[in-house]
Design a protein around this ligand. Structure first.
Ligand SMILES: [Cu+2]
Length: 470
């Protein structure tokens, strides 16, 4: 829902271009209006409304901040404020963000633009904004105490600099960072090249990684957590709350990822090979790129990966740390694989109604349907075309389809696989005889030949190396 505190005319998920009359009216005021956006749907790319042309990006489950031109300067207005963000249907979280949302809106400018950003603080404590990766005058760098005093509640500060080089950047506070970033204060920044054909791609997705520690059933992150986060988000959303990334077969696709969590994330794409084409330091020369299917995005880093979407299908895109593709859970659950607790649950159930045993068959928790406290999400959920999609957290799907319209980002539904191209249960014999399945050599010591039991093997010692349970 787009709030009319803004000068933008919100149409559903999209942000439409500013009417010229609205711009000139806003231009008359000294402080630009601060558009706000509270929908968690992916907004359509915001085409440039003036200045040099560029190919706008798409912020997954987010939006781009409109601006106004004043005397040749692009003016933006960010409002730091408490927000409510839906992580996925069924879970609302109290965060801090910008202009109605966490992450804040993406800022898009062109190399060489002079940019003026007004920052109003509606938080209960001081803040500042650091423009991560920008080459700018030191006093515009946004480090509280070092380059400026904190912006006190109710105050507005102005930052102004020239966006000197094209690339992938982010913004975040440099004031009480541990609290403010743990509460979701961050946003994406893209500086487009002066020549829109340079580094041009057909689809350009942007996302920030952040993490939260939210006790199931509660609404506000615990901000003093150092490492033990339980919700791993892309643009403050978790699967199945994340939209798919859509591409037309043959499109050149860029995905820009920034990491503002406290650990690294090996980002993995199925079915394609990509290259890291850019970092927060700039573009990687073509001769220095190598093919990858996973790239690690370390803390405080940004990576822009590029590939040709040449394989139709629904391809998983996710962090490769398996705990990061799960939603909130208790991490102190013991491993129960191989433990035979037949009958145990029934006995405990007599004492503790609702008790259930986790994971004795390997523990596909995605299939467990247990009652959840209010305002939390199953660890792994999501309905796929073949059943339960056992994923949460930093997971979404790249949907590559033939014949999509340029600029069409709507979800094309699940992939229709050509006949005979889907893994299936083997039921046949004869023509499709099952090949032998050789076993790894037995590492256990060979049993002594009969009648020569000379070595002092304790009875049952052999069992210790096996996995039998009695
Ligand atoms: Cu991760």
């Amino acid at each position: 829902m787009t709030n009319r505190r803004s000068f933008l005319t919100g149409a559903g998920a999209g942000i439409t271009a500013l009417g010229a009359s609205l711009v000139s009216r806003a231009g008359a005021a000294s402080l630009p209006e601060a558009p706000t956006h509270t929908s968690s749907a992916t907004a359509a790319p915001l085409a440039p409304t003036g200045g040099r042309p560029y190919n706008p990006v798409v912020t997954l489950n987010g939006w781009t901040l409109p601006w106004r031109m004043k005397d040749g300067v692009k003016e933006f207005h960010l409002v730091a404020e408490p927000v409510v963000r839906e992580f996925a249907p069924g879970m609302q979280v109290n965060l801090w963000g910008y202009n109605g949302q966490s992450p804040g809106p993406t800022i898009e400018v062109v190399e060489g633009d002079r940019v003026r950003i007004f920052v109003t603080n509606k938080l209960p404590e001081h803040t500042s904004v650091h423009w991560h990766g920008q080459l700018l005058p030191c006093g515009m760098d946004g480090v509280t105490g070092l380059t400026q005093p904190g912006i006190q509640p109710g105050k507005t500060f102005v930052y102004e600099f020239v966006a000197r080089h094209a690339g992938t950047f982010m913004y975040h506070p440099h004031a009480d960072e541990m609290q403010q970033m743990a509460m979701g204060m961050m946003g994406f920044w893209v500086t487009h090249p002066k020549n829109p054909r340079q580094h041009a791609v057909d689809r350009d997705y942007v996302m920030l990684l952040s993490s939260y520690d939210i006790e199931p059933g509660s609404y506000t992150p615990r901000t003093n957590t150092m490492l033990d986060f339980n919700l791993w988000t892309i643009n403050s959303r978790v699967f199945p709350g994340l939209d798919p990334m859509v591409a037309r077969l043959g499109d050149k696709v860029r995905i820009r990822v920034g990491n503002l969590t406290m650990t690294n994330h090996p980002i993995h794409l199925h079915g394609h090979r990509f290259e890291v084409a850019g970092t927060d330091g700039g573009w990687v020369p073509k001769s220095a790129r190598w093919p990858e299917v996973t790239t690690d995005v370390a803390v405080g880093q940004m990576r822009a990966i590029e590939f040709v979407a040449d394989a139709p299908g629904d391809w998983a895109f996710h962090c490769h740390k398996s705990h990061h593709t799960m939603n909130a859970m208790g991490h102190d659950v013991p491993t129960l694989i191989g433990v035979d607790h037949r009958g145990v649950a029934e006995k405990i159930n007599k004492l503790v109604p609702g008790y259930m045993v986790m994971g004795d068959k390997g523990g596909s928790m995605g299939d467990m349907k247990m009652p959840l406290p209010a305002n939390t999400l199953p660890m792994m959920s999501g309905d796929g075309p073949f059943g339960n999609l056992e994923m949460g957290g930093m997971f979404t799907v790249l949907k590559v389809r033939e014949g999509l319209k340029r600029g069409d980002y709507s979800d094309p539904g699940w992939y229709r696989h050509p006949h005979g191209t889907v893994a299936r249960e083997w039921t046949g014999d004869g023509a499709e005889a099952l090949p032998p399945a050789p076993r790894a050599p037995d590492a256990r010591p060979a049993p002594a030949p009969a009648g020569q039991a000379m070595d002092a093997r304790k009875p049952g010692a052999n069992d210790m190396t096996g996995h039998e349970h009695h």
